[in-house]
Design a protein around this ligand. Structure first.
Ligand SMILES: Cc1cc2nc3c(=O)[nH]c(=O)nc-3n(C[C@H](O)[C@H](O)[C@H](O)COP(=O)(O)OP(=O)(O)OC[C@H]3O[C@@H](n4cnc5c(N)ncnc54)[C@H](O)[C@@H]3O)c2cc1C
Length: 360
């Protein structure tokens, strides 16, 4: 329980690479493509177990950025000349992620400005990305840039001339996810580094984020399960007025709420896995899972602090870290508000909804 996550980039990279050596990047990928040939149900199980043993939201975030940000986009869109990237990422020889957010734009993709210009020698990239998970430890990132005013996806390697994968301003949540800035100054990459078609960037972002939203809480559900076990143990051991702490209904009801949130989250995760395993769409379910997961993580982390009392605030205890990570989870992969916009739009209402053209 006193486990402190690694924030040093070398250790963080090694830890992620070890997960690759343990085949954790190969779930839900066919054997033909170099995967284990198992199902999304198996991926959820494996991620949950990692959450339970590591208790580290940052590590879970790193794993998810690597998978949904680079492995799966390459799996779905890589040309023959790009397949070698996938092999390295699947084995954890290389670490990846995706760079969408910029200092002036997160939720609003229309305001992204990092630019790509076609030249005789390839594409020239210029701009700045921020809050990018895995940046200081990544070998490549899928970078989204505006080419002829349309978003397109590019494979950028850390050693590309004009590319800097660096530490950004310190983020106090999910620290072991080693986030950073990507600065591209006249970064020239060959033409074959375009991933997918010109202008397919928005589609690739949507596909990547749908998967990330559906499954990022698989690992976090493992952390929440441990959180629950610990507060139950504490509520049984701690004596208040000659009885155990949990005898107070105010405490036991919090524990009941935590259990209900955890089990409901697990049902959502199973639903996403079932939909993917039967080749069905997850647009609505993934937004619901992400929204429910992050709000539950916040609520249960706050409940845990309240049940443990001031001891939860002691330096090496994980409760404050989880609370801070939970607040970050409301923002990463699209904020809670954006998930509500998506859900409302899919119901045919709200901000993101566009009226269908009038029938003649
Ligand atoms: C731990 C962590 C890891 C991250 N990893 C990555 C990564 O790997 N790659 C990457 O590209 N980005 C990453 N991000 C960035 C993240 O995706 C953005 O922070 C997120 O998209 C929100 O953007 P923003 O912070 O710029 O907030 P803004 O977009 O400025 O939004 C501010 C507030 O306004 C609300 N808001 C915005 N638009 C609307 C709207 N239309 N309707 C209602 N409310 C709205 C938001 O919900 C939010 O509460 C990460 C962030 C964190 C915290």
């Amino acid at each position: 329980m006193m486990h402190t996550p690694a924030t040093d980039p070398n250790t963080a990279r090694q830890r992620l690479q070890t997960l690759g050596q343990q085949d954790l990047f190969k779930h839900a990928i066919s054997r033909d493509a170099g995967g284990l040939g198992d199902r999304f149900q198996d991926l959820v199980q494996a991620h949950r177990q990692l959450g339970q043993t590591s208790l580290d939201t940052g590590l879970i975030l790193s794993l998810n950025a690597h998978l949904w940000g680079s492995v799966f986009p390459l799996l779905h869109h890589a040309s023959d000349a790009q397949r070698h990237y996938l092999d390295k990422l699947l084995h954890g020889i290389w670490i990846g992620g995706h760079a969408i957010t910029e200092p002036q734009a997160g939720s609003d993709l229309n305001r992204l400005t990092l630019s790509a210009q076609r030249t005789d020698c390839g594409f020239l990239l210029n701009g700045h990305k921020r809050f990018i998970t895995n940046t200081p430890i990544a070998d490549l990132l899928i970078v989204y840039a505006r080419l002829d005013n349309r978003l397109s996806a590019f494979i950028v390697e850390k050693d590309d001339h004009g590319a800097e994968f660096c530490h950004g301003p310190d983020v106090e949540s999910c620290k072991s996810a080693t986030m950073g800035d990507v600065i591209l100054k006249n970064c020239l990459i060959p033409e074959h580094r375009l991933l997918g078609k010109v202008g397919a960037g928005t589609l690739l972002i949507q596909q990547a984020l749908e998967l990330e939203r559906a499954f990022i809480f698989a690992g976090i559900s493992g952390i929440m399960a441990e959180q629950l076990t610990h507060v139950i143990e504490h509520s049984r051991k701690r004596r208040i007025n000659d009885a155990h702490l949990g005898k107070n209904q105010a405490i036991s009801h919090k524990i009941a709420d935590m259990k209900l949130r955890l089990d409901t989250l697990n049902l959502w995760l199973q639903q996403c896995a079932r939909l993917k395993d039967t080749q069905q769409r997850i647009t609505l379910a993934s937004a619901q899972t992400k929204l429910y997961g992050s709000e539950s993580f916040v609520a249960s982390s706050l409940d845990a602090v309240q049940i443990i009392g001031s001891a939860a605030l002691l330096g090496k205890q994980p409760y404050l870290r989880w609370t801070s990570d939970a607040l970050a989870s409301r923002l990463f992969s699209g904020s809670s508000e954006i998930q509500k916009n998506i859900i409302a739009a899919l119901l045919g209402t709200g901000e993101g909804y566009r009226l269908p053209p009038e029938q003649p």
